[in-house]
Design a protein around this ligand. Sequence first.
Ligand SMILES: *Cc1c(COP(=O)(O)O)cnc(C)c1O
Length: 365
Amino acid sequence: MSDKMNKNRVFNFSAGPSILPLNVLEDVQGELVCYKESGQSVMEMSHRSKEFDKIIKEAESDLRELMNIPENYKVMFIQGGGTLQFSMVALNFMYKNHKADYVITGSWAKKAMKEAARYGDVKAVASSEEDVFTYIPKVDKSMVREDADYLYICYNNTIYGTHYNYIPDVDIPIIADMSSCILSEEIDVSRFGAIIAGAQKNIGPAGVTIAIVREDLIGHAHPMTPVYLDYKTHSENDSLYNTPPCFAIYVAGLVFKDLVAKGGLSAKQKANEEKASKLYNYLDSSKLFSCPVAKEDRSIMNVVFVTGDKELDKKFIEAAKSHGLINLGGHRSIGGMRASIYNAMPEEGVDRLIAFMQEFEKANA
Ligand SMILES: *Cc1c(COP(=O)(O)O)cnc(C)c1O
């Protein structure tokens, strides 16, 4: 029965929650009812059991190995999504001068800054809003306030399809939202004060959020901070202060193991770059479709494109769906199309998308 169901799977280009590796889903299926020798499902298991202890510890160590996370960084599994991190970042890191600088590259960065404005003095030091967020501004030391507690960036802009191709050279900690690009490429974690990422884009099911935080930035939270929102709570208790999202952590752990087994992030990055460049090359040669994003700032995870005609965009999204290529509509705030080609999207999915776009282009020339 499961094989038959698996044959009905489509290519899912959703921005999140999004595609997961089929072999991981099948592994989950295999041990869903009875996890190894435990006689129970991970969903039914105490978060204090020895089985779950092994699951969460291995998830952390595999993530550390994959991202080469230095020892002076804590890894935490938290609930509340990327959105709750916007508050946690401000409550925890705005502690010296109650000032923080933000680079506005889209809706998520804007939301993060708005949240931080509740707790201190925030400044948008650069923005690409006047160009509909089609590029990443170049930020350097001279633009950032010397006494700001941190510089906040959204490293990959899920909605607009842009991505930093550099890490700003500044003397204050950089806090980066990597929700939609974590594990897609090799990253020098030591250049960041903290990295935050919701799991449901490129890691696993919704429900768990990952925070990787340099130790010296932990322990200074605003006195009004709820216990749950203090990184110290999670770091001191190895993410087990209260019940964590056990099942989501378990699936994320399987995704980490799968990545390790397949050669880690250098191999993944290479595959992702190949997939993305195939699609961008086609977009740049197409007479019907185009990508509005500046070439040097294009995301290899979220590929945004348009025909220039809203009705035709709609027709394309519908037609693609009937060919098993689903969720190609752009974010509800900007329309157009977006193909999210996360780690788990096989090259075949991209090839099938391009072939369908070529067909559609011919038919609508
Ligand atoms: C999806 C997303 C968020 C919000 O995540 P939630 O888990 O829905 O709160 C934040 N930042 C980025 C870059 C995202 O892609």
